[in-house]
Design a protein around this ligand. Structure first.
Ligand code: ZN
Ligand code: MN
Length: 136
């Protein structure tokens, strides 16, 4: 990882262990919307002593710092995305999360002005084109 980036993460007050760095690097530019389990399984060979809790806690911290987004598309497991724009499609059959180009402008409703808005979640639900044709 570049020194500049290391400084950036350090400036956020993140303790940078090798495991944490590996988690951050795994997520950078990742478009697969991995769950904590996916990340754990991918990094396990390289860090056999790493616990699942380490992965989970690191993800929670990154979410809190606004560096990644937590997607509540499934009731069973959370998925994570380094891209924090709020537009996704979730296929309820194959569980794919697809990035939707950001073309929708959302403004905070008048009623909520003066509130502290931390997040807006917009998720399109349904069947992707592949699952749609399979179900016919
Ligand atoms: Zn599908
Ligand atoms: Mn995404």
């Amino acid at each position: 990882m570049k020194k500049q980036k290391l400084e950036f993460y350090k400036s956020l007050g993140l303790k940078l262990t090798p495991q944490r760095l590996a988690i951050i690097e795994y997520l950078e530019g990742n478009k697969e919307h991995p769950s904590a389990e996916d990340i754990y399984n991918a990094l396990k060979p390289k860090f056999p002593s790493m616990s699942f809790a380490t992965v989970y806690n690191t993800l929670e911290i990154l979410v809190k710092k606004g560096l990644i987004k937590e997607l509540n598309v499934e009731s069973t497991r959370k998925r994570f995305d380094p891209s924090t724009h709020p537009h996704h499609f979730f296929c309820k059959r194959c569980k794919k999360v697809i990035d939707v180009d950001n073309q929708i402008n959302i403004s905070v409703p008048e009623q909520l002005k003066g509130f502290d808005i931390e997040d807006i979640q917009i998720i399109f639900y349904g069947l992707c084109s592949e699952c749609k044709s399979e179900s016919k």
